[in-house]
Design a protein around this ligand. Structure first.
Ligand code: HEM
Ligand SMILES: *[C@@H]1O[C@H](CO)[C@@H](O)[C@H](O)[C@H]1NC(C)=O
Ligand SMILES: *[C@@H]1O[C@H](CO)[C@@H](O)[C@H](O)[C@H]1NC(C)=O
Ligand SMILES: *[C@@H]1O[C@H](CO)[C@@H](O)[C@H](O)[C@H]1NC(C)=O
Ligand SMILES: *[C@@H]1O[C@H](CO)[C@@H](O)[C@H](O)[C@H]1NC(C)=O
Ligand SMILES: *[C@@H]1O[C@H](CO)[C@@H](O)[C@H](O)[C@H]1NC(C)=O
Length: 329
């Protein structure tokens, strides 16, 4: 907890500096979208998220991932938050995995009491994702706003658009390109795995009989293999969790990339960014660059987060401002 308090304190200093930097404006979304209609939104989101993270450090990671899973499916429209039978929550990538929905509800009600019917759930996710990075020790940026909430969830879209941990570099790149992102975005945004946890089920194929070889994945450090074999026995249900960034679990830094250089990536989809043959002509050089240049990682990560936040937003009179993030009005 002491370490977390230090991170909060230094984050607040950085936030004050951030307020002086210039606004980034794109064609559609703007940093000052709520300047007159809900000037308190940033403070309300940050305060509410802060207590959720003080309560459970992992929550920052969970909220950051929710924004990613929102944006990749029908654009950043809050669709991941909808409850119901055919919703994105039931897709493989989210079921028993995506979390933080209660925290988004708490933030939404705090925002609604501050200014009712004004701020979309999609924008709350974007602001909260930025603050989650900040509270984990990362650098701040100006979040572009003005998204409206979608009217449908897309369970098939979630099934096909979200990358899986078992895919190759080219398959992952293809899914990013499909939403207008590029190879740099793949590598910098994968750096989000500098915080948070993953279940055994998402990496256990690497531990015992990888691709039918009868052996563990040779691109996983052998001590790490032994550790994870005991954490994830083959008879277990796959629900136990471990750090995505071993050795620097809760801190938003470039340690994730250092791990990849040392065969300590957790997911196949992490380690292939450095170790696969395909990586030589696509992602490896960036992994190396980020591993020894944290400022470059932070700069590219922020740029990619803004790009990701710009995926097909609903603006103007499209969609709606949901009253409850879980249901359409
Ligand atoms: C490049 C393709 C990606 C793949 C294949 C992938 C896959 C995964 C998987 C399998 C987990 C563990 C889920 C679980 O065990 O319940 C996870 C966790 C996480 N992912 Fe990704 N991810 C990718 C990209 C991203 C991106 C772009 C972001 C955000 C910008 C992100 C943020 C996170 C975070 C923060 C966690 C930890 C969540 C928590 O602790 O609750 N991931 N990811
Ligand atoms: C979901 O499906 C169940 C069983 O088919 C049905 O009873 C329920 O009303 C459905 N819920 C919604 C929100 O559509
Ligand atoms: C909204 O939140 C801001 C920032 O916390 C606060 O200054 C303002 O008084 C709040 N307004 C209402 C109506 O709650
Ligand atoms: C759901 O996603 C798929 C795949 O991206 C897309 O083709 C389809 O139009 C989407 N459906 C809805 C209802 O938005
Ligand atoms: C590993 O998997 C392959 C293919 O699924 C199988 O033929 C082989 O018997 C397995 N080896 C061990 C040691 O379990
Ligand atoms: C993992 O936990 C979830 C929720 O608690 C449960 O529904 C699921 O069955 C568990 N997974 C397995 C493979 O048992």
């Amino acid at each position: 907890m002491e370490k977390h308090r230090r991170i909060f304190t230094s984050s607040l200093i950085i936030v004050s500096l951030m307020l002086c930097s210039s606004a980034i404006i794109t064609a559609q979304l703007t940093a000052d979208f709520y300047a007159s209609t809900c000037p308190g939104v940033f403070e309300v989101v940050r305060k509410t998220l802060k207590s959720a993270i003080m309560n459970e450090m992992r929550m920052g990671a969970s909220i950051l991932r929710l924004h990613f899973h929102d944006c990749f499916v029908n654009g950043c429209d809050g669709s991941v938050l909808l409850d119901g039978n055919n919703t994105e929550k039931l897709a493989l990538a989210n079921l028993n995995s995506a979390r933080g929905f209660d925290v988004i509800d708490t933030i939404k009600s705090a925002v609604e009491s501050n200014c009712s019917g004004v701020v979309s759930c999609a924008d709350i996710l974007a602001i909260a994702a930025r603050d989650a990075v900040l509270f984990s020790g990362g650098r701040p940026w100006k979040v572009l706003l003005g998204r409206r909430d979608g009217l449908v969830a897309n369970v098939t879209g979630a099934g096909s658009s979200l990358p899986t941990p078992f895919e190759s570099v080219s398959q992952i790149i293809a899914k990013f390109v499909a939403v207008g992102l590029d190879i740099t975005d793949v590598v910098s945004l994968s750096g989000a795995h500098t915080i948070g946890l993953a279940k055994c089920a998402t990496f256990s194929p690497r531990l015992f009989n990888f691709s039918g070889t009868g052996k563990p994945d040779s691109t996983m450090d052998t001590d790490m293999v032994s550790d994870l074999q005991s954490l994830c026995p083959q008879t277990d249900d796959g629900n136990r969790t471990t750090a995505l960034d071993r050795g620097s679990t809760d801190v938003f830094d470039n340690h994730y990339f250092k791990n990849l250089l040392n065969n300590k990536g957790l997911l196949t989809s992490d380690q292939v960014l450095f170790s696969s043959d395909e990586a030589a002509t696509t992602t490896r050089a960036l992994v190396q660059a980020y591993s020894n240049n944290p400022s470059l990682f932070f700069k590219d990560f922020i740029n990619s987060m803004i790009k990701m936040g710009n995926i097909s937003p609903l603006t103007g009179s499209a969609g709606e401002i949901r009253k409850n993030c879980r249901v359409v009005n």
